[in-house]
Ligand binder design. Structure first.
Ligand SMILES: C[S@@+](CC[C@H](N)C(=O)[O-])C[C@H]1O[C@@H](n2cnc3c(N)ncnc32)[C@H](O)[C@@H]1O
Length: 372
């Protein structure tokens, strides 16, 4: 495909499901889940920003238990949270993520709702990550786990979300395993280790839980299903070879609520990182970018300084400059194809319990496939 041509833009399944699409193992499983779990449905707003959860409420609650049991959120953290908020507001990320206590309260306050939104996102993109055909070649005991690398992947949302998503997929692909590499500039190692342990442990029983409820309580995943490695690293300072060692076998690389931060820190280095990813990732691998809707970065292109939406910059870097409708197709072979894109979506929380307040998540999502 010509560089600059963004290729077919597939709508997410909620918009494309219908008689034309062949039913896959996943879509059948999703239908069964939906039919059996009316309470899991989150109200659908009939506009472009609608949200509809296909993830069971019970699974969402189990993900929240992982955060609760690992990080012990409580109302007593209010003062610490205010301090962290202040540093984030001043864009002083080094201080906001500079203390163990700050990291714990940040992850216990802002990561849980993101994690639930991300379980939904991984469910939404599952057909690209685990296509039905050939999918049997991954995950079996003697086969390799699916490799996923999360850049800016500290704070725990990606880790717990991947745990939740894997636990859902394993209901029909019992031997599927994930190998997850999380890379972040901040010292999230101890927080990640605490969350990883809790993913494999039975949740703490509620004070008045019945004996049956206690007995039925299960860990999110059995030991060994999800291998996690955390690496403290500034991704903007990576050499191409170092990056290739991390993502060379990845099926999925994520930049969740991180790309705009990278663009604000250093746009040329962010563009270099994206081009290294293009060179290092295997063909058919996916790059997932999720961020706040309407994120802008000031950039100078052709000597003109202008504010560009993050998504525009991303497309510019990965797909090339936008082509005029009557332009001749370029001879250059493209590196990326955009397979999913939405400018604004909501993930809403409903009917869940957690010791402190959580918020709904609004996000933009873009998924690119590395061409062969
Ligand atoms: C807004 S937080 C998002 C965290 C997580 N991805 C999520 O979705 O909840 C941005 C993350 O990017 C990390 N980050 C920022 N600049 C980075 C860099 N240059 N290299 C690696 N990580 C970076 C921060 O430390 C922080 O954990």
């Amino acid at each position: 495909m010509a560089k600059g041509n963004s290729g077919p833009l597939l709508k997410p399944e909620s918009e494309t499901s219908g008689s034309k699409r062949p039913q896959t193992k996943k879509s059948k499983a999703r239908e069964i889940r939906k039919a059996n779990a009316p309470k899991a449905s989150i109200p659908i707003k009939a506009d472009a920003e609608s949200s509809c959860s296909t993830v069971l409420l019970e699974l969402q609650q189990r993900c929240l238990h992982v955060f609760r049991d690992a990080l012990h959120p409580s109302g007593e953290d209010a003062v610490l949270l205010q301090e962290v908020k202040g540093h984030l507001y001043n864009r002083d990320f080094a201080t906001a993520f500079g203390k163990e206590e700050y990291l714990r309260v940040y992850a216990s306050r802002w990561s849980p709702s993101r994690a639930l939104g991300y379980v939904q996102i991984f469910d939404d993109i599952e057909e690209f990550v685990l296509p039905d055909e050939g999918h049997d070649s991954v995950g079996s005991p003697d086969k390799q786990p699916v490799e996923i690398a999360c850049l800016g992947g500290g704070a725990g949302a990606e880790l717990v979300a991947l745990g939740g998503w894997l636990s859902q997929v394993r209901e029909r692909e019992a031997d599927l395993k994930l190998s997850v590499k999380l890379v972040d500039i901040a010292s999230w190692g101890p927080t990640m280790a605490a969350l990883q342990r809790r993913v494999e442990m039975t949740p703490e029983p509620a004070k008045y839980a019945s004996t049956v409820a206690k007995e039925e309580s299960q860990p999110l995943l059995p030991e060994g299903a999800l291998d996690m490695q955390f690496q403290k690293q500034d991704v903007l300072e990576w050499s191409e070879a170092e990056l290739a060692a991390l993502v060379g076998k990845a099926k999925l690389v994520t930049l969740m609520f991180t790309l705009n931060e990278l663009y604000s820190t250093d746009r040329p280095k962010t563009q270099r990182l994206l081009s290294f990813l293009g060179a290092a990732m295997p063909s058919d691998a996916l790059l997932l970018v999720v961020d706040s809707p309407g994120s802008y970065s000031t950039v100078s292109i052709n000597e003109a300084e202008k504010k560009y939406p993050m998504q525009w910059l991303l497309d510019y870097t990965l797909l090339g400059p936008p082509q005029k409708p009557d332009a001749e197709p370029s001879e250059k072979s493209a590196t990326w194809e955009k397979v999913m894109s939405e400018d604004s979506k909501w993930f809403r929380l409903q009917g869940l319990q957690y010791p402190i307040e959580l918020e709904n998540m609004r996000y933009q999502i873009h998924l690119y496939k590395r061409l062969g």
